[in-house]
Design a protein around this ligand. Structure first.
Ligand SMILES: Cc1cc2nc3c(=O)[nH]c(=O)nc-3n(C[C@H](O)[C@H](O)[C@H](O)COP(=O)(O)OP(=O)(O)OC[C@H]3O[C@@H](n4cnc5c(N)ncnc54)[C@H](O)[C@@H]3O)c2cc1C
Length: 479
């Protein structure tokens, strides 16, 4: 089995022993909790969403506020501890937890404050996207968040952020107004267009490389309370016809529509009729972010691309659509390895190659979403934020999922081989939020950031010259 532990630990780098008195002092100073091996909450606190990750940190500092984060950074600096930062703990690579080091855990920092007049929301960095949606919807407002409600807003935003609002309002970072960041030297900085603008640029897509973000402020948009949402599954026998029709639909779709095509197998979940369990399907999911009646009309072609096996589409509360996929991605119970690539088209050769791979999947739980991008995402200049590949029309993600640890190596290797083979159809980029375990190191960061990589490395020098924040999709300081 591939129990995923930190590369540094595998290489034998064990941090210095810490005297008990220092730990007690640290514990006393923290407003939050300090958790150590042997504590009643340790086993639960070290778990992350991906059941494949099994790491044992020396300490977990559950912070309450900026002061605690600065204290934890100082403690780690003083004792030479490697540091992992945990937002929602949902990242597939499991970088939110490390062997032997210190986890700066933000899960006690989940406050969400809406200003309905200014149409902004302030979010503490331990909140999930569901918490943000639930706080904003009573005002008929929404921030761009994501598709599964338990995902952390922090990691998702720092990697760019793709939601059902993406084609209308862009990536999550395009609606970020400011952030509070604690840097490696313990300073607490505001990052916005007018304060520390270079840091603001870097955190919009540069991941956790530049400091611990303790709070985000986002712009809000009028959405809901009801939206038109499409979730329709066609038998796999119709896969070519549906993918071609979906491609034609996306070519003319208005920006109010964000849609995904999905290749997968219906799981035995109560959400789906029993007779469909285990069926291979091609699905289409979409949200219309304008008036419901208009959405019903505009999205109708997605429901008639073949003879549906299941059609769960209809007007529904925005909050219901935002959590519609939740049951498919349970925490801890399954093992996940996901890898993505941007595509500049969906031609027949790509579809044939993709289907050949999908049909040979070693796991029946393979899930392949193809997200339609463009719209507002592509109107932001490549150099305006740290993410790249903004002009790509599609993002394909190979979401491999399985249960038995004995299948780890086979599933990971298969996903990597499929991803490598599909590179010939790619624009060459990878989306940081679906990046496997980051095996490609610098190459991965370069492909995610394109021409922005060089500036990021320079800013890493300025804000984190010792690479203190390195358990992430790492950008090494220049030189
Ligand atoms: C089921 C599921 C659905 C998803 N859906 C979407 C989607 O719709 N759209 C999308 O864009 N992505 C999606 N993702 C990917 C998701 O955005 C990333 O996995 C993201 O890293 C999760 O953020 P987190 O805070 O939960 O992660 P964590 O595992 O807590 O953190 C991931 C990394 O982010 C950094 N980090 C986290 N918090 C902070 C912080 N406060 N300050 C500094 N660095 C920090 C750290 O480097 C950390 O290792 C999904 C993932 C899953 C598992």
């Amino acid at each position: 089995m591939l129990a995923q532990s930190s590369p540094a630990l595998q290489a034998g780098a064990i941090s210095n022993p810490i005297d008990q008195q220092s730990i007690m002092r640290f514990q006393h100073q923290l407003h939050g909790d300090l958790i150590q091996p042997g504590d009643a909450t340790y086993e639960q606190a070290r778990r992350v969403w991906n059941g494949m990750i099994d790491r044992r940190p020396r300490l977990i500092a559950r912070c309450r506020g900026v002061g605690d984060v600065a204290l934890a950074i100082a403690f780690a600096n003083q004792h030479g501890l490697r540091v992992a930062v945990r937002g929602g703990g949902h990242n597939v690579a499991g970088n939110a937890v490390c062997d032997d080091g210190l986890v700066i855990d933000l899960s006690l920092m989940q406050d969400v404050q809406v200003d309905p007049v200014a149409r902004t929301v302030r979010v503490e960095a331990g909140a999930t996207i569901g918490m943000v949606d639930r706080a904003t919807q009573p005002y008929g407002l929404a921030a761009p968040t994501g598709n599964v409600s338990e995902t952390g807003i922090a990691g998702l935003t720092l990697g760019g952020g793709l939601s059902w609002l993406r084609r209308k309002v862009g990536m999550n970072i395009d609606s970020l107004l400011s952030a509070e960041v604690v840097t490696a030297d313990g300073r607490s900085l505001t990052a916005s267009a007018t304060e520390n603008a270079d840091l603001f640029w870097a955190i919009r897509g540069g991941g956790g490389n530049f400091g611990v973000v303790t709070e985000f402020t986002f712009r809000l948009y009028p959405i809901g309370p009801e939206v038109m949402f499409v979730a329709v599954m066609y038998p796999y026998a119709q896969v070519r016809q549906v993918l071609q029709s979906w491609r034609a639909f996306t070519a003319a779709a208005p920006e109010e529509v964000s849609s995904d095509a999905l290749i997968w197998r219906i799981p035995p979940a109560p959400l789906f009729p029993a007779h469909t369990h285990g069926e291979a399907v091609v699905g289409v999911a979409a949200m219309y972010t304008g008036p419901v009646d208009e959405g019903m009309r505009v999205l109708q072609p997605l429901r008639t691309m073949g003879a549906p096996l299941i059609d769960m589409s209809g007007p529904m509360p925005y909050l219901a659509a935002q959590s519609a996929f939740d049951p498919l991605f349970p925490a801890h119970q399954q093992r996940y390895y996901w890898k993505s690539l941007y595509l500049d088209n969906l031609d027949r050769q790509l579809i044939d190659t993709l289907l050949n791979w999908a049909e040979a999947s070693p796991s029946p739980q393979l899930f392949i979403p193809i997200r339609h991008l463009g719209g507002a995402i592509s109107r932001v200049a490549e150099e305006a934020t740290a993410v790249s590949n903004r002009l790509a029309p599609y993002l394909l993600s190979i979401d491999m999922t399985w249960v038995d640890p004995a299948d780890d190596a086979r599933n990971v290797e298969w996903t990597q081989a499929c991803w490598r083979d599909l590179q010939r159809f790619s624009t060459g980029g990878v989306y940081l939020n679906f990046a496997g375990m980051g095996e490609e190191g610098k190459k991965l960061a370069e492909s995610a950031h394109g021409a922005n990589y060089r500036r990021l490395a320079t800013l890493k020098n300025k804000y984190d010259p010792t690479n203190f924040f390195r358990l992430n999709q790492n950008i090494k300081p220049q030189g």
